[in-house]
Design a protein around this ligand. Structure first.
Ligand SMILES: *Cc1c(COP(=O)(O)O)cnc(C)c1O
Length: 402
């Protein structure tokens, strides 16, 4: 057909996606359409709009307007195999909304043990009250995972690399087993984004992202998304509408702005993270570097097989030491902020201690020295990596002197 566009590579899609002329008008970006009421030209037009619950149909502000539609469409175009994308006011709202779209009382949910802590809390709190049981499984133990299924297992919650501890899971295998057992697989794909890991192409049913991280990219907005093929997209959309989930057009506009440069930001922060991880691996203060992008690191083989890109987020574990020494290190950093979130243009450092929140996988890991347990997660931003290394070097010096 003459109107059909040729296929585009991801970098080009990042620039073009969602920019329909009827949404942008004569300018490059869709304006911020602030709206609760949408006005109809006639009663006939109002009635006609009742039929189609679709992005692109004006109805009422809770169903969004062109700014939100453009963002959702851009995310759909970037996720191979997706029919549509639902936006949520935060990544956590996307996780809760997607799980509620899939699960019913009496169902069992499997959760991988390295999942983002609020995801675990949704299973333990909201879903439990809702009559859904959960079991945590070791993300690196396929046999234990297969054994964890029962008659009532309806969904599996996956995340790879895992939050804080960065285990790379064999997602194609985990998703295939879920499918074989009749369960829906949902992946928290915040780390890689659809640019670095094509979740649906690798067998997952629903791909969830916190847009707060790489898509926003500037530490100034909170938002989430879930993308899926047609069947699950419908279920996600209806559940989100019944929960009254909307995002503001101002934030959608910021997210679109972030999205346009996401590719080059990810490339730059990946390269810097590799240089810094490589340097950390040579330091006597460091017991383990947990950076799956680095050859020889845990998870690298799977990462190389399945991923098409990385990002600036990885962790390392100190050799011995105590909490006070780790605090001296982090407190002395001048370029790394101390704080939650990641994926912004600025670097962050976050101490972590997962031992107390694990159910199915040990920390420190099997085979490690028991004393090597103090973790620090780094989110590498767009600074010069040589300056970041110099900053960390000062941190290690401060850690030692009392
Ligand atoms: C931050 C984060 C979320 C939650 O995102 P918010 O937008 O902060 O609610 C979900 N998953 C992962 C892996 C995250 O790091």
């Amino acid at each position: 057909m003459s109107g059909e566009r040729p296929p585009r590579r991801p970098a080009t899609r990042l620039v073009e996606a969602g920019r329909r002329p009827e949404w942008t008008g004569p300018v490059v970006n869709p304006p911020v359409w602030r709206a609760s009421t949408h006005l109809y030209a006639s009663e006939g037009e109002r009635k006609a709009a009742l039929g189609g619950n679709e992005d692109g149909t004006f109805y009422y502000g809770r169903r969004g307007a062109p700014t939100q539609w453009a963002l959702a469409e851009a995310l759909t175009e970037l996720e191979p195999g997706a029919h549509g994308t639902v936006l949520y006011p935060s990544g956590v709202a996307a996780i809760a909304g997607a799980l509620m779209a899939v699960l019913h009382p009496g169902d069992v949910l499997l959760v991988n043990d390295n999942s983002y802590e609020p995801s675990r809390n949704i299973a333990r709190g909201l879903l439990k009250r809702w009559g859904v049981e959960h079991r945590f499984f070791d993300p690196l133990d396929l046999d234990a995972y297969r054994d964890a299924f029962c008659e009532r297992t309806r969904a599996v919650w996956l995340e790879s690399p895992g939050s804080l501890t960065m285990e790379v899971c064999d997602i194609p295998a985990l998703a295939a087993i879920a499918r074989e057992k009749g369960a829906t697989s949902l992946l928290d794909n915040t780390w890689a984004t659809s640019l670095g890991f094509a979740a649906l192409d690798h067998g997952c049913d629903i791909s969830v992202m916190s847009l707060t991280k790489h898509v926003g990219g500037h530490s100034d907005l909170i938002m989430g998304s879930a993308s899926a093929g047609e069947r699950w997209y419908r279920a996600l959309r209806l559940t989100a509408q019944q929960l009254g989930q909307v995002v503001s057009p101002d934030d959608a506009s910021l997210a679109l702005r972030g999205l346009r440069t996401m590719g080059i930001r990810l490339e730059k922060s990946t390269a810097s993270a590799l240089a810094i991880a490589d340097w950390l691996a040579t330091r006597p203060e460091v017991a383990h570097v947990l950076c799956p992008m680095l050859p020889g690191n845990p998870g690298h083989t799977l990462w190389q097989r399945d991923f098409t890109g990385g990002c600036g987020l990885f962790s390392f574990v100190l050799k011995g030491g105590d909490d006070a020494a780790r605090a001296r290190l982090v407190d002395s950093l001048g370029l790394f902020g101390i704080g939650y979130s990641w994926g912004g243009f600025e670097s962050l450092a976050l101490p972590f201690d997962p031992a107390s929140i694990r159910d199915a996988s040990p920390w420190p890991r099997t085979g490690w020295n028991e004393n090597d347990r103090l973790g620090i997660r780094l989110s590498i931003g767009l600074e010069d990596p040589a300056d970041l290394i110099a900053d960390l070097e000062r941190g290690f010096a401060a850690m030692k002197d009392l």
